[in-house]
Write a protein that binds this ligand. Structure first.
Ligand code: 5GP
Length: 118
């Protein structure tokens, strides 16, 4: 059984977060350390530690993450200019919190997808 992270406490509203959306499958809230004018995290309500752990039974929640990201991008006014959706996996992906999450980033030109030379 995977260990819970701080994100489970945010979902249960045991610790504060700026929650923008929640339903029976997913929760979305502002990143505590924003890397762009809009930086929102969209997560499944049940714990999936990494992208490696995704199962067919998770497809409904993962699909909902996409539709919620698109809705929040629209609400944030960044849909037309564009934005980036990122999901980091494990050490090389730079994952810090082991409860999968989609970063929704936008509000300015975001530059190249990866740092040059890396
Ligand atoms: P990762 O590096 O795992 O892809 O991203 C984890 C993200 O979670 C980081 O952008 C970090 O700022 C954010 N984060 C970590 N702890 C908290 C928290 O307690 N509250 C919120 N709102 N965001 C957090």
């Amino acid at each position: 059984m995977a260990e819970e992270t701080i994100f489970s406490k945010i979902i249960r509203r045991e610790i504060p977060a700026d929650i923008l959306y929640q339903d029976e499958l997913v929760t979305a809230f502002r990143d505590i350390s924003p890397q762009a004018p809009t930086h929102i995290l969209v997560i499944p309500n049940h714990l999936i530690p990494t992208a490696n752990d995704v199962k067919a039974s998770d497809e409904k929640a993962l699909g909902r993450m996409m539709t919620v990201a698109a809705k929040l991008a629209d609400e944030a006014g960044i849909a037309e200019d564009g934005y980036r959706l990122i999901m980091n996996c494990n050490k090389h992906g730079g994952q810090e919190v082991y409860h999968i999450h989609m970063h929704l980033l936008g509000g300015k030109p975001l530059g190249p997808m990866l740092s040059r030379g890396e």
